[in-house]
Design a protein around this ligand. Sequence first.
Ligand code: APR
Length: 309
Amino acid sequence: MAQKITIVGAGNVGATTAQRLFDKGYADIVLVDIIEGLPQGKALDILESGPVVGSDAKIIGTNSYEETAGSDIIVITSGIARKPGMSRDDLLLTNMKIVSDVVETTSTQSPDSILLIVTNPLDAMAQQALKISGFPKERVVGMAGVLDTARYRSFLAQELDVSVDAVQAYVLGGHGDTMVPTVGPTSIGGIPVSDLIPADRLEQIIQRTRDGGAEIVGLLKTGSAYYAPSASIVEMVGSIILDKKLILPCTAYLEGEYGLNDLFVGVPVKLGKTGIEHIFEFKLTKSELAALHKSAESVRETLEIMAGK
Ligand code: APR
């Protein structure tokens, strides 16, 4: 039987993810949104590309959840973007409600699924998904590190005029200003990045990586990034569905790793058919570890707002 992937939210990120997954052809897709006609129209449009792109995958759009039953993976991109006059906290509480409702319904319909959370603020939304679903921590994972790392790798490849394939890198921490683009585990063709790029220039690249999302928002003016985010989701989905066991920076629930407890933050994980199969503890420098803890602190502050503290 074909694997089944549900994508909740047929906006920019969700619909582009649906298209990229459909093109791969290895799973059937259900696209869900609250807006009537939107997921149906986008799904039909994608389906009709099948003969041209050579995909026999099935894709349907819907406003209800019956069709999502028995999914292997649920990708959650539903949420709202910040509107004028809305505080970050208002946004947080609105998206928390949306994610909670979606997780409650989808986790009941697909009790054996893996939840892949994309809605921002990502780390806090993953925590909410774990709480509402009651799933084991291995089956709740957030997408942020693959995207942040893709940006870091793109900038490093550009800087050195080499293929992106030659750049191995990891961005850890929360998905926000406090993320931690690492230097030690980052290499180009096996050569440590610090041997190839002077420290002050590397710091500029790291800062551009941290500001990567804002740079796109600044250019687009309405809306945020979705091509690189959807590509990142598809890499994670592929690693799970095809049991590739890639080692990817993902948002995972920590219980003691890196000295952190009871919260989601971006760390290197092995991603396979059972979800997060292992969390790797990289040897970080003192300052990188301190930055990771600072980043975790800001995730914890968001959790406290959610808990009404
Ligand atoms: N159930 C289903 N869909 C919903 C719900 C809900 N309760 N609430 C909102 N949606 C849908 C909206 O109708 C919209 O189509 O979620 C979609 C969000 O799409 P966009 O506004 O285009 O946002 P997008 O750019 O796709 O980003 C989605 O991903 O990267 C993150 O920060 C980003 O949190 C944001 C999310």
